[in-house]
Design a protein around this ligand. Structure first.
Ligand SMILES: NC(=O)c1ccc[n+]([C@@H]2O[C@H](COP(=O)([O-])OP(=O)(O)OC[C@H]3O[C@@H](n4cnc5c(N)ncnc54)[C@H](O)[C@@H]3O)[C@@H](O)[C@H]2O)c1
Ligand SMILES: [Zn+2]
Ligand SMILES: [Zn+2]
Length: 361
């Protein structure tokens, strides 16, 4: 059987998204069909629409989602119809060189659904991050479904599926923030604020939030930032150094994805400190740094893919912490919207008005 559902599609570079009826096949071997209950609007969706990821239009957007498994294909044993799940874009294969070395959070061969979802005329869709969840139903690999406690609200849970996990993980997994560390986060949107929350959870002594928008800094303060720097008015590197005894922070997390903010992160860390790049640059961006500084400042320069998370390990744990009142994930849901409001939500994101707009079905 093929399911006809409404979905948000980006048809061409830079063009506004449109609401389309798409065709979703029943799950084949290893696949699951999920009734989407909520899906957040992430900056990466906008990158797709702008052609900043690749040119495989049309894209079925949406990838920060939670929902209920409707049916599963042959051989699926880990999830069953009725399970409440967060969708992930790291269904680990178990066989690639990363998995075999015991580092599945780097898995180089993650699974997605094999069958294609299409437009009504049969044109194949490219689902954003192999998910495509601005749709009433979506087809994924069963391993992309991670079961969590259904007591959590779907709008909150879905955010862990991408941006919030990327940010928390950038701090606790990639940056390995520990008790007493000083941390700076450059760019305090959904991802950067989640890094603030992650640094707080890990016991950082000082958390410096940097943004060019006062509203974002105000939110970062409510989420655990101990200091804020408006880098439109103040030199971010100098300010971070001043707040860390003149040395720079132990861990600096870049959550914008631009060469100039990466440079700030590079120079705002202490000697032998760590830079974590979680912001996603576009293919045309270039970085120029004196090689002597790369050597002379030591430490490590890391990228964080999806917060180096392992969904099966991290999602249930973080949802449990949230339900215990120890992780303010609900603060990331600025507004809930309808499926046909995604284009408006992009504008609001662009205007810096929201941490996350979440489509609720
Ligand atoms: N690595 C991953 O796995 C992963 C996952 C999800 C998203 N991302 C990326 O993370 C980045 C942030 O995503 P988001 O959803 O939080 O976006 P967002 O638009 O909500 O937030 C970006 C923030 O950066 C601030 N900013 C912009 N220019 C700045 C500058 N020059 N200096 C300081 N702050 C500046 C903005 O005011 C805003 O608060 C994006 O590049 C997104 O694609 C990465
Ligand atoms: Zn693998
Ligand atoms: Zn995302």
């Amino acid at each position: 059987m093929t399911h006809q559902v409404r979905a948000v599609v980006a048809k061409g570079k830079g063009a506004p998204v449109s609401l389309e009826t798409i065709l979703v096949p029943d799950p084949g071997p290893g696949e699951a069909l999920v009734q989407v209950q909520a899906c957040g609007v992430c900056h990466t969706d906008l990158h797709y629409r702008e052609g900043g990821i690749n040119d495989d239009f049309p894209f079925l957007l949406g990838h920060e989602a939670a929902g209920v498994v409707e049916s599963v294909g042959e051989g699926v044993t880990d999830v069953a119809p009725g399970d409440f799940v967060i969708l992930n874009w790291r269904a680990v294969c178990g066989n690639c060189r990363a998995c075999l070395r015991g580092r599945p959070w780097y898995c180089f061969n993650t699974h997605n659904a094999k069958q294609k979802m299409t437009l009504a005329d049969g044109t194949e869709l490219s689902p954003a991050l192999g998910i495509g969840a601005f749709a009433e139903k979506t087809l994924v690999a069963a391993g992309q479904c991670t079961k969590v406690d259904p007591a959590v609200s779907p709008a909150v849970a879905g955010l862990l599926g991408c941006g919030v996990m990327a940010g928390i993980g950038a701090a606790i997994n990639t940056g390995n923030v520990g008790r007493g560390d000083t941390v700076a986060v450059i760019g305090c949107g959904g991802v950067g604020d989640a890094a603030v929350v992650g640094a707080n959870l890990a016991g950082a002594a000082r958390i410096i939030a940097v943004d060019i928008d006062e509203r974002k800094l105000a939110t970062a303060r409510t989420l655990g930032a101990t200091h804020t720097v408006n880098s439109r008015e103040t030199d971010a590197v100098e300010a971070i150094r001043e707040l860390t005894g003149g040395h720079g922070a132990d861990v600096v997390i870049e959550a914008v994805g631009r060469p100039e903010t990466y440079k700030q992160a590079f120079y705002a860390r202490d000697l032998a400190g760590t830079v974590v790049l979680v912001g996603v640059p576009t293919p045309d961006m270039k970085l120029e740094l004196p090689l002597i500084d790369v050597f002379g400042r030591g430490g490590s320069l890391k990228s964080s893919w999806y917060g180096d998370c392992l969904p099966s390990r991290d999602f249930p744990m973080l949802i449990d912490l949230h339900l215990q009142g120890r992780l303010p994930l609900d603060a990331f849901v600025t507004e809930t919207i309808a499926l046909d409001d995604v284009e408006k939500a992009f504008e609001r994101m662009h205007g810096g008005d929201v941490l996350r707009s979440v489509v609720v079905f």
